[in-house]
Design a binder for this molecule. Structure first.
Ligand code: NDP
Ligand SMILES: O=C(O)C1=N[C@H](C(=O)O)C[C@H](O)C1
Length: 261
């Protein structure tokens, strides 16, 4: 995409003072053909978004829907990394997109909501969904830094959902679990019927294991982000391609040929 003036893609960042937002600002400034035109954070007036063609949103789950709605209502494409997009929020966003004005090039607005931009995490989710139907037991363990405000992680919630969908399509039954007494919640959360366990530990960044078990064997699929740099190629790819994907896309895998279009 180039904008109407042909001067590359003008990019705004919401949540620009945060851990991810600051990293995204650096990555945009270093990327060919992208120009950082606005940094916005808590309390800032988003206004005309600095004239951005594409906004990258990394704030907090309770703020992201209003920020994205602001962009969409102004015909600005959005790449969203913030978590918390349940079915209700996604449905509201679809309605907002249906009523949105066209973008600056006249094309319909595109929004990409991606729970994880790291290529390895996307592959982990894809592999887990492929493997899920072959195993009696599946559990997800996500491990993150202790400053993270949401649990389970957006990636774990998405992984559990993809696993559950794959199992349902294959006619696999519920995962085995004889537990009848768990007053402290030691068995973790159930997301789409899949047990999910959240660890918060100083020193960690973002990590996940999917454990799949059968009689006599276990398959472990693990991904580690040791540095937030791991998310940047995916974010930049999203910025470059979001205008070619009108409407709502959930998951960067749809831009990478890893999922049905
Ligand atoms: N999709 C992916 O690949 C990844 C997603 N994430 C997700 O991204 C989100 C941000 O993570 P992280 O950067 O670590 O969090 P941070 O807390 O470091 O950053 C969030 C920033 O957003 C600001 N903020 C709060 N409210 C608003 C608002 N209404 N408008 C604009 N900015 C606001 C915060 O300001 P203040 O602190 O002053 O409130 C803070 O500067 C989380 O949901 C996280 O799970 C994280 C990593 C990768
Ligand atoms: O808060 C984080 O750090 C992360 N959030 C995303 C999530 O909740 O899945 C992506 C990644 O795990 C890092």
């Amino acid at each position: 995409m180039t904008n109407s003036s042909g001067a590359g893609i003008r990019v705004g960042v919401i949540g620009a003072k945060g851990r991810m937002g600051a990293e995204v600002c650096r990555a945009v400034e270093a990327a060919d053909g992208l120009r950082l035109v606005g940094r916005f954070d808590h309390g800032d007036d988003l206004g005309d978004l600095g004239g951005a063609d594409v906004v990258v949103e990394f704030s907090v789950p309770d703020a992201a829907p209003a920020n994205v709605a602001h962009c969409v209502a102004r015909g600005v494409h959005v790449v969203v990394g913030t978590t918390g997009w349940d079915d209700g929020r996604l449905e509201t966003l679809r309605r907002q997109l249906a009523e949105a004005p066209p973008s600056s090039t006249g094309a319909p607005v595109g929004v990409l909501v991606a729970p994880n931009f790291a290529i390895g995490a996307i592959l982990m989710m894809t592999f887990a969904a492929q493997a899920a139907r072959f195993y009696e037991s599946v559990e997800v363990i996500e491990l993150h830094h202790p400053d993270k405000v949401d649990a389970p992680s957006g990636t774990a919630a998405r992984t559990a959902r993809l696993i559950a969908e794959a199992r349902e399509q294959a006619g696999a039954g519920p995962v085995s679990d004889a537990t009848t007494h768990d007053p402290e919640g030691a068995r973790g959360a159930r997301v789409s019927g899949i047990p999910v366990h959240s660890v918060r530990l100083r020193g960690l960044v973002a990590h996940q294991e999917v454990l799949l078990g059968n009689v006599g064997e276990m398959l472990t699929i693990r991904h580690d982000s040791f540095d937030r740099a791991s998310f940047m190629p995916g974010v930049i790819e999203g910025v470059r391609r979001v205008a070619d994907h009108p409407g709502l896309t959930v998951g960067l895998e749809h831009y990478l040929g890893l999922a049905a279009p």
